[in-house]
Design a protein around this ligand. Structure first.
Ligand SMILES: [Zn+2]
Length: 199
């Protein structure tokens, strides 16, 4: 992808790629030895995407993108900690990506665990507790907006986290990077836009 794209153009490119993916018409671009050589000297991605580690959500594949196109940060549930924030800061400030995307997804186990913890008031022990700690605020905010089912909570989680990143990562405002929240549907392969802050 050209590196001079605006945030809007990047999102248009990514959503067009997702549509190709959803209908089994992938171009599978920039995945060959020529591309490997092109990017040997450095990376120049067009977007930073924060997504879940779920193996069913391979970011480059579902946007039909290639090597060096997307700076991807994945944790279970898309949980954001200092390392994730610093990675986004690096992508925006040092690599100059014009767009930051938070991508949640259908049937997210981490979101489901957070919903269950909020509903039962039982917080899990061990390391999985961190997912509940990070996602419960999204569940509570979604509930306060009338979102009951998991689909709606996943969409709200994306919106809340995208706005949280915009607040938390100074480079986003400083560089005027666009921010998008989206949710990936496992069943039909489509990414639905939940929220946009693109000038
Ligand atoms: Zn997930």
């Amino acid at each position: 992808m050209p590196t001079t794209l605006t945030a809007r153009e990047v999102w248009d490119e990514l959503t067009a790629g997702n549509e190709r993916f959803a209908v089994d018409q992938m171009d599978s671009p920039r995945r060959d030895s020529k591309r490997r050589e092109e990017i040997l000297g450095g990376q120049d991605p067009v977007a930073a995407v924060i997504a879940c580690s779920d193996s069913r959500v391979p970011v480059e594949l579902l946007f039909d993108a290639g090597l060096g196109d997307i700076f991807v940060i994945r944790t279970a549930g898309g949980c954001v900690d200092a390392a994730v924030s610093a990675s986004v800061e690096y992508a925006v400030d040092a690599l100059g990506v014009p767009l930051v995307v938070f991508l949640s997804h259908e049937r997210c186990g981490a979101v489901g665990a957070a919903i269950s913890a909020v509903d039962t008031a039982e917080i899990p022990h061990g390391l999985t507790r961190v997912f509940v700690e990070k996602i419960a605020p999204s569940v509570m905010e979604a509930r306060s907006r009338g979102c009951q089912d998991a689909d709606a909570v996943e969409a709200e989680h994306a919106r809340i986290m995208a706005q949280h990143l915009a607040d938390r990562v100074p480079a986003i405002a400083a560089r005027g990077a666009g921010v998008v929240a989206a949710r990936y549907r496992l069943a039909d392969g489509r990414v639905e836009t939940v929220y946009e802050a693109i000038d």
